[in-house]
Design a protein around this ligand. Structure first.
Ligand code: DX5
Ligand code: ZN
Length: 219
């Protein structure tokens, strides 16, 4: 499977956002990961629709929108119209899972289902045939800069096994504490889309750091 790096702009300098986006483009980063938090589903509030609209105007990068909000179904159309290429929403949210997947697909974009660390892999098995991607949270959602939770690795492995068994090619994205030390572990378990915020934005050479993530080698 092809590997991808998705840069979480939660760690970007918001007052210099345009230049931060240019930097991502020049660093061979595949996607821009846009973390939306509503202060209800998680204990933090970030950015939303007007910011996404501006970002869409500023770049052709794939916009990978991660909705950490209580009622994603209400906002799917808006996020799609404002430029999302992929929308991830949480199985633990209040919206009906199948209806929300359907709403995303009706917008002609990719649908992903996200799971918090405590949610077992089995809970998403039934939705796999309808999904383009599964997002496995490798930290508790809410904040950037946390440490990777190794107990999430078995879940990645069983999801990849189930996906293969079903003859699917669903991407598995991992999010939280991903860096050059943790990426070999999640890659071995079957993940192929690597979200990274603090590691990428703190790197002296972002392009080398992104390459290290894609190759699963120590930087
Ligand atoms: C956490 C967010 C992540 C976060 C990743 O709730 O979903 O995307 O920004 O940041 P790092 O790579 O710093 O763990
Ligand atoms: Zn995220």
């Amino acid at each position: 499977m092809k590997n991808y790096v998705s840069a979480s702009v939660l760690s970007a300098d918001m007052l210099d956002f345009r230049n931060e986006i240019r930097k991502l483009e020049k660093s061979d980063i595949d996607m821009l990961h846009f973390d939306v938090m509503d202060g209800i589903f998680v204990n933090n509030i970030t950015f939303g629709l007007p910011v996404l609209q501006q970002v869409r105007k500023a770049t052709d990068m794939t916009l990978d929108v991660h909705l950490m909000i209580a009622e994603p179904l209400k906002y799917i159309k808006k996020f799609a119209n404002f430029g999302a290429d992929i929308i991830s929403f949480h199985i633990e949210s209040q919206s009906n899972t199948l209806e929300t997947i359907k709403a995303i697909k009706e917008c002609g974009i990719k649908a992903a289902l996200a799971v918090k660390p405590a949610t077992p892999a089995e809970d998403i098995f039934e939705y796999l045939p309808y999904l383009d991607m599964v997002l496995v949270m490798t930290v508790e959602p809410g904040f950037g800069g946390q440490s990777f939770m190794p107990e999430t690795v078995d879940k990645i492995r069983s999801l990849r096994e189930k996906i293969s068994l079903l003859g699917l090619e669903t991407d598995i994205e991992v999010d939280g504490g991903i860096n050059d030390k943790t990426v070999p572990v999640v890659m071995d378990a079957g993940a192929n889309v690597f979200v990274s915020g603090s590691y990428l934005f703190a790197a002296a050479d972002m392009k080398a750091a992104a390459a290290a993530l894609k190759e699963g080698k120590l930087c």
